[in-house]
Design a protein around this ligand. Structure first.
Ligand code: 3HC
Length: 319
């Protein structure tokens, strides 16, 4: 190895050491800071997939705007879906600070190279599903995102602070729908329980595989991208949600669910990891429908992007 290569290697080792010290000290990493390529790639993967999840998540809920049972319910649902679109934009912008373009991220989504959350590959069959999505899905997202507020990458952490404020409203409105239905007719109570039965387990899957099965956990903790593990956050979600279900009379569809006095947590049954792997690898009930719809809307909306770019270019040339 020649002398220049030797010096370069020593410099990189020094930069990596300084980076590790900085992350361990709790300092935020900013876009212009030196960072290991593996750190950048890890974040591009996670943040872009997070953004895709926010935008794809608008589909199951969007299907119910015209069928909301009241003007108030419609207004709340519209506000929530608009928030999700905004969350997607914050997160795409955070990912762009790492050097990937919006077009590249969208191409990765459309080609299947990028994932989005498993949960949005299930159909929203009844109005109670909109309650279950708000309460369980956004409830799970809050547990995950509150932890991510302390992620080491500055733009991601700041996006999380902003998003978490809005997620709390999403979770609350979903819980209100479920509580309202559980005070309703037998048919409404049955509809709410049916939604609970279909959304409970996929919501637990949102937190990812067991820590022992997580290929990204090592770097995620080494570089403080994650502050809590998949299993820790899943357990936190279960412990708080079981009590909320009991208050409104919903049953958790897990015969093995049992309070454990020793650990101070709920023991629960095993997740169907075959279902999880199928769904995140494109074989869920709605995967094709979700990505086909995104592709069509992206194509239909191309004229808006072209017009906005032309306007921007004209303005830029004038100045
Ligand atoms: N859905 C789809 N893929 C998942 C997944 C899930 N629920 N959980 C894990 N995976 C994938 C990972 O992406 C990874 O695959 P990849 O290498 O192709 O990216 C593989 O399974 C291994 O999982 P790991 O746990 O090792 O991966 P991570 O360390 O990235 O952890 C995660 C997974 C916990 C989802 C993490 O990426 C994360 O915290 N992401 C940010 C939060 C997020 O994306 N939430 C999605 C929901 S957003 C939402 O609900 C919007 C709300 O407003 C409705």
């Amino acid at each position: 190895m020649d002398a220049i290569q030797e010096v370069e290697n020593q410099l990189n080792e020094l930069l990596l050491q300084k980076f590790e010290e900085r992350v361990q000290s709790g300092d935020a990493v900013e876009p212009k800071d030196w960072m290991p390529e593996a750190y950048r790639k890890h974040l591009v993967r996670q943040i872009s997939q997070h953004a895709h999840s926010e935008v794809i998540g608008m589909q199951p809920e969007g299907n119910w705007i015209t069928r909301a049972p009241s003007l108030r319910a419609k207004q709340i649902l519209l506000a929530k879906i608009q928030d999700e679109g905004g969350h997607g934009l914050y997160l795409y912008s955070a990912a762009e600070t790492l050097g990937i373009s919006r077009d590249e991220m969208i191409a990765q989504l459309h080609s299947g190279k990028a994932k989005y959350s498993n949960i949005f590959n299930y159909p929203a069959l009844t109005w109670a599903d909109i309650g279950a999505i708000g309460w369980l899905v956004d409830g799970a997202a809050i547990v995950n995102q509150v932890s991510l507020q302390r992620t080491s990458y500055g733009p991601y952490s700041r996006a999380m602070v902003r998003i978490c404020k809005e997620e709390s409203f999403h979770q609350r409105q979903g819980y209100e729908i479920m509580a309202h239905m559980m005070r309703g007719t037998a048919e409404q109570r049955e509809m709410a329980q049916d939604a609970m039965n279909r959304w409970w387990w996929p919501s637990l899957m949102m937190f990812g595989p067991h820590d022992s099965e997580s290929p990204h956990a090592g770097d995620a903790f080494r570089w403080k991208i994650k502050r809590h593990s998949n299993d820790e956050l899943r357990q936190k979600f279960i412990d708080k949600t079981v009590q909320q279900a009991e208050v409104i009379g919903l049953r958790i569809p897990d015969p093995d669910l049992k309070w454990n006095e020793t650990t101070g947590h709920y023991d629960h049954g095993e997740i169907n990891w075959d279902e999880f792997r199928n769904v995140i690898n494109g074989k869920g009930p709605c995967n094709k429908q979700r990505t086909d719809h995104h592709k069509k809307v992206h194509e239909d909306g191309a004229w808006v992007r072209i017009a906005a770019q032309a306007y921007y270019d004209k303005r830029a040339n004038k100045n």
